[in-house]
Ligand binder design. Structure first.
Ligand code: SF4
Length: 104
């Protein structure tokens, strides 16, 4: 019987803990991702409150979806998920701003 030694990979680390290792340079007042004004979010936009790995999307008390993208890891999930609805205006951050990944 074959076995795999997973101890060499070290202890399991939660995604949230890994994301915390990254650093961000916030471009104050110039978010690189914006949500177009809406009365009620589409299912796609609403799904981002669960899908965004950085937790950038949330609902306000009117049921609309809002984004605070300071911790965005630029994965592009929100861009892909809302490609058909066009509710998200997505750009990369300006040069020198955004996420600074820490590996290892
Ligand atoms: S690009 Fe990824 S991390 Fe950034 S806001 Fe969209 S889903 Fe979240």
């Amino acid at each position: 019987m074959n076995t795999v030694d997973v101890s060499a990979a070290g202890p399991a680390v939660k995604v949230e803990e890994r994301l915390f290792q990254n650093r961000y340079l916030v471009d104050a007042g110039r978010p690189h991702i914006k949500i177009r004004p809406h009365e009620a979010p589409s299912k796609a936009l609403l799904a981002l409150t669960h899908l965004c790995p950085a937790g950038c999307y949330s609902r306000n008390d009117k049921g609309q979806v809002e984004a605070v993208v300071d911790g965005c890891v630029e994965c592009g999930t929100c861009r892909v998920v809302t490609a058909k609805t066009g509710e998200v205006e997505w750009n990369y951050p300006r040069g020198g701003f955004g996420v600074l990944f820490k590996f290892g």
